[in-house]
Design a protein around this ligand. Sequence first.
Ligand SMILES: NCc1[nH]cc(CCC(=O)O)c1CC(=O)O
Length: 331
Amino acid sequence: MSAALQAAPALARPSLVPARSFPGAPLRAGTRASPLALAQTRRVLAALGVAPGEAQPVPMQTSGDAEQRRRLADLGGKGLFAKEIHEALLDGRVAFAVHSLKDLETELPPGLVIAAVLPRADARDALVLAPGCPPEERRGPLPGLPSGARIGTASARRMAQLRHLRPDLRFGLLRGNVQTRLRRLEEGDHAATVLAMAGLQRLELEARAARPLSTMEMLPAAGQGIIAVTARAGDSATRARLAGIDHSPTHLAARAERAVLAALDGSCRTPIGAHASLTPDGALHLEALVAREDGSFLLRRALRGAPADAERLGAALGASLRADSPADLFA
Ligand SMILES: NCc1[nH]cc(CCC(=O)O)c1CC(=O)O
């Protein structure tokens, strides 16, 4: 190895070399290291139209990734998957970072902003059956899901909605990245699970979905199907570049859905769903729900208004749900 190559690792040490101090260096894009996160980062880089070598994904292990068995609730929730990435961004070790919007806490750390979102993919959840579990012919809610089936999930939102419609179902904990969950389904621990259509599609695994669940059957999480790019609030050059790929209809939906979360201020285990869409006549239609994890309580409401009022609509719908829900859901 030449002396020049041997010298390279020292120069590349991320903690010593803030991206912003080397204008000609590759754009560093922070991301989790999961296959889904990397696929999403490639989409952002493709949208930016960067030349080969002009940008570089920087995969990072997060506290959330390190913990595979316990429920997120026991650990402190959403922020876990983003904390290290936010720190890298604030420190200048990466120029921007790519996230699944639904995993991003409602209030970002001071100094960070959502600089762009990509056009939303399918926001729905999908029913995924274990290989040996043929869809059952049955009448009533959630057709195709066998009576008494054991569902694997770690999502309070999915569990609450399934239980509310189908008290016969049983539940077990199933977490990990998408591939891990599919593998554990094959191992026979669970009859079925529910995964986001968007994640399955981005991993080219949508053939594993028995069918998408309608938003009436299963209201998605706020931000589901949306890839978000964070940047430093004060980095106007990066923000301007990211603004070029921002999809404004998706950004409006994101604002409305996240305003619901902010108004509800639930714990990370409170089952909450929120989904906004633009109607053909140009209005913003917002649906949201709050539930109890055991499905014994579920309140769902919708509101319609002008897209420019996205945040106010979300706040109003969140406040209305909160006013009519048991107070202990928001402890
Ligand atoms: N919590 C994990 C997570 N975060 C984002 C997605 C899917 C992609 C998306 O919603 O944009 C998934 C997997 C899943 O819920 O099935």
